[in-house]
Write a protein that binds this ligand. Sequence first.
Ligand code: 5CA
Ligand code: ZN
Length: 481
Amino acid sequence: MKVSREKWENNFSEWFDRVLSEGEFYDYGRYPVKGMGVWTPYGFRLRKNIIEIIRNLLDGTGHEEVLFPLLIPEDLLRKESEHIRGFEGEVFWVTMGGHEQLDVKLALRPTSEVAITYFESLWYKSYRQLPKKLYQIVSVFRYETKATRPMIRLREVTTFKEAHTLHETYEDAERQVWEAVEIYKKFFDILGIPYIISRRPEWDKFAGAVFTIAFDTVMPDSRVLQIGTVHHLGTHFTKAFDYKIQKKDGTLDYPHQTSYGVSDRVVAASIAVNGDDHGPVLNPYIAPIKVVVIPIPAKTEEGTEKVFEYAREIMKVLNDTGIKAVIDEDRDKTPGEKFYVWELKGVPIRAEVGPRELKEGAVFLKRRDTFEGRSVKKENLVSEVNSLMREIYENLKKRAWEFLNSKIKRANTLDEAKKLLEAKAGVVEVPWCGRDECGLKLEDELQARVLGSPVGEVKVEGKCVVCGNEAKSLLRVAKTY
Ligand code: 5CA
Ligand code: ZN
């Protein structure tokens, strides 16, 4: 069967909503508070597998998991002026305790820089205790005013992994920024989510950061989604707390910080980057269910019973070796109806077991990504499934990267850039003189967002598409979520 991406790409929004609800990943839009969704059991397992990966990567690189209070008193949140300016319009406040008005309003944390810096100042007094790398995985709350979307723009972000690090010098913190970038690269590589990395422009860096490095991916509808950010915070927060540490040379000085985060958006991208008209195709590495066994009824009742028994045996063989498999024994559904359901859940492999397989001691394995099938002997089932999962994983990753690469275009004039964006090009790179003024004008002219410049050395020839001066860098623009 030929897999059509076209319909999928053109109706991505509806596709995504339908997959989340019918595939039983996430219940969104029905809870009576806007921007808050429910992780239902199947989606929760996918989320858990993803969290496990980032947790292992962080634990393996000297990060320590912590848990801070959800509520932040107003005076604490107001400590760093740029930070509060950036977040002011997005904060949910708790003002009552029972029947009493609270003396100090309490914010539902929109992020935890201030809460963590406050404690760092109590805990770490000397360079000898540094670097310190803390992280937590919690809910944060943001009163988002742009259109909210399931997993993508929430008011309760339930899977907010925020890391906060503390260093003696600016350079140490900068090295940490690049370590974090490497960690996120590994994370997204394991997930098979392709990305581009950009230094966000001055006007779009995190509120309170010296600079921000962002990971973006391109969704099937060609719109760009920011899936992770790494910030160098310099001494913005430590100065605001007048927090000094003893340095190597004996002096007292402000330590430097970084913070970096990912969210539910990563789960959204994991579901969205590979799919077709039938639904998503989950990367076998994180798929909650690797194999669904579908018994194909025989002509007689007795024959069907035998097939079901054999199908259960097949499921058990897989589960006994740690390959999560389920069987769909619903007697009221035809195999075709079952295929539909499990395709919507993105299960990477389907094992069809009918009278013929029973007779031959075989299993018919069908890949969800290409719909290719192969018959394997029961004795070889486990090794065949394992190698099939690897093949699917590699194929999905390759496909996703090919898609992303096809969505990065170069334009040398404003007009070209405009046409490309109108034709859903994805990311358009233009030569740029390096001045904020031109970047801002570009956003205005193109009605799109500037993602920033590629990280590292870029050789550019040509003239700034806005002012015509010699280009110093490339600027990426896109229609974004
Ligand atoms: N304290 C820093 C580092 S954790 C911070 O808050 N950075 S952030 O604002 O850029 O958020 C981190 C990541 O969370 C973003 O890159 C984005 O992928 C995700 N995110 C931000 N707001 C939302 C939201 N409303 N819904 C879902 N994900 C979000
Ligand atoms: Zn310019």
